[in-house]
Design a binder for this molecule. Structure first.
Ligand code: ADP
Length: 492
């Protein structure tokens, strides 16, 4: 067997410590599976104020006290705490880069009150990127690979290829950069560049500059050894048009031969109706009636009546343009006139929140709405609904459609990114869901109607549910793809 690899996995969100979306799910599970496959992997993330010291038994790593991290002409001090995430097989060490001034706040990227990004997010994540490298050096642990995720980590490959390249400690370290969502790039006014300490020459078209601004995501794309993204379809899409490439399609096009699409897996220790502790009744393919108990509980939670043979449609979503909410808005009245019930768990932009609150008022007898973040309710929605709606404008991978498949909750999706790769329309034979191509509310409505019609054919519907439930989206095969990439890089 070949030698195990040393990998540092860098992420700004890791489940169960801090989460705003799918990045946290991936960062909490993929490293464990890579460890299970025999490699040494550790995680590093910022120590946000919301991470409970007591709950996670955080302790100081004494020899990592008072690390100096240069930010422009200043120096800020980092300390490092440590904890673990564990599954039945193995334990992964998690480091938390701490600095009270920068991270001791209620939100991760935005203030929960103003809903605005923290104005010093440039400094917060320059500090993180540089602090990660300074931590490694102090730790004396030399990984073969640093696996970076999304814009918050984008400067790490730039540092490794430029300033830190002269240091024998970093010289042979290879970097992998994973795009979880290209639309969030971390762009800041040019003045932020001085705080990075990167050589002047890197602030140009071939470097970290993007139309006169510092762009963290671009840094990750330009300087990493390999780029990955979270589905094959999204990998194609982001190179093709400005709409998907968000202005970086040219940069991606140039690096196309080093860009790989690797679909996310899901953690069946967390998302599995056979073992899920957060739902009322556990069930599997043979005990599908258990789903009805969850449906009753879910409807009761929202104060809605349980009606036999009336399908319940669910959504769990960030309230942002990406998620196709404008399509739902356009069809909402027609949709609510159908013989359906609808529940939604969502948080995000106020304009969407206001809109769905007004819709809820109008259709209170058949719609349930919870604005906020609630993990327990998310599990119950997956278990209790008959259908799951995800008409995204774009979707790098999407996890909820995969959770839905496992819970026998039939997905209705738009054919984009990971949704297109994982959902196969029933029209094409042995399908696991319903899918439409054009980003158009009429298409969405027709597809919902198609699903509702099929729902009343009990045998056909059960078949669709079972087709989804028996699919395996566990992480093992995707984790293997990552470790093969790592291995190829180390050989170079
Ligand atoms: P994205 O990362 O774009 O938000 P994904 O489908 O990849 O979309 O992942 C979303 C993750 O966040 C899922 O685990 C989903 O259950 C969870 N989630 C989203 N909104 C909420 C919410 N309001 N409450 C609880 N969980 C949520």
């Amino acid at each position: 067997m070949s030698k195990p690899l040393n990998i540092l996995f860098v992420s700004s969100e890791v489940e169960p410590f801090a989460k705003t979306g799918g990045l946290a799910d991936v960062s909490g599970t993929l490293p464990q599976v890579i460890k299970d496959q025999g490699h040494e992997i550790r995680i590093i993330m910022p120590r946000y104020g919301s991470i409970s010291e007591r709950k996670f038994k955080l302790h100081d790593v004494i020899r990592l006290k008072d690390i100096e991290v240069p930010i422009g002409k200043e120096k800020k001090i980092a300390n490092v705490n440590s904890s673990f995430i564990a599954n039945v097989k193995s334990k992964v060490q998690v480091y938390f880069l701490a600095n009270k001034e920068l991270y001791e706040r209620p939100g991760i990227y935005t203030s929960p009150d103003s809903k605005k990004d923290y104005v010093d997010n440039d400094v917060r994540f320059i500090f993180f990127c540089r602090g990660v490298l300074e931590t490694l050096k102090r730790l004396g642990w030399q990984p073969d690979i640093i696996h970076c995720n999304d814009w918050q980590t984008g400067l790490i490959p730039a540092y490794i290829k430029t300033m830190y390249n002269h240091d024998p400690f970093f010289k042979n370290i290879k970097t992998v950069f994973t795009i979880h969502n290209l639309a969030y790039q971390g762009t800041f006014p040019a003045a932020a560049f001085d705080k990075t300490g990167l050589p002047e020459a890197e602030f140009g078209k071939e470097g970290v500059e993007f139309f006169g601004k510092l762009n963290f995501m671009k840094a990750g794309l330009v300087y990493s050894d390999v780029i990955t993204t979270v589905s094959e379809k999204y990998a194609e899409e982001i190179c093709s048009t400005e709409e998907f490439g968000c202005g970086l399609e040219g940069v991606l096009q140039k690096r196309k031969s080093q860009l790989h699409g690797i679909i996310n897996g899901i953690d069946y220790n967390i998302w599995n109706p056979e073992t899920d502790e957060l739902i009322i009744k556990r069930y599997d393919m043979r005990t599908l009636e258990g789903k009805q108990d969850n449906k009753k509980e879910l409807l009761a939670k929202f104060g809605l009546a349980y009606k036999v043979n009336v399908p319940l449609v669910g959504i769990i979503s960030r309230l942002v343009d990406q998620k196709g909410l404008d399509l739902i808005k356009e069809i909402a009245d027609d949709f609510m006139k159908l013989d359906v019930q609808f529940v939604m768990l969502a948080a995000g932009e106020k304009r969407y929140q206001d809109y769905f609150e007004s819709l809820h008022k109008k259709y209170a007898a058949k719609m349930g709405l919870f604005i906020g973040y609630n993990d327990e309710l998310a599990h119950l929605i997956e278990a209790g609904c008959d259908m799951y709606l995800m008409p995204s404008r774009y979707e790098p991978c999407g996890l909820n459609q995969l959770y839905s498949l496992k819970y026998g909750t039939v997905p209705i999706v738009r054919a984009t990114g990971g949704l297109d790769d994982t959902i196969h329309d029933v029209e094409s034979g042995n399908g696991n869901g319903f899918k439409f191509k054009k980003y158009d509310s009429k298409e969405l409505f027709k597809t919902i109607q198609r699903a509702l019609k099929m729902y009343h054919d009990t045998a056909a519907w059960k078949k669709i549910m079972k087709n989804g439930m028996q699919q395996d989206f566990s992480w093992e095969s995707s984790a293997k793809k990552y470790t093969n990439l790592y291995r190829n890089l180390v050989k170079q």
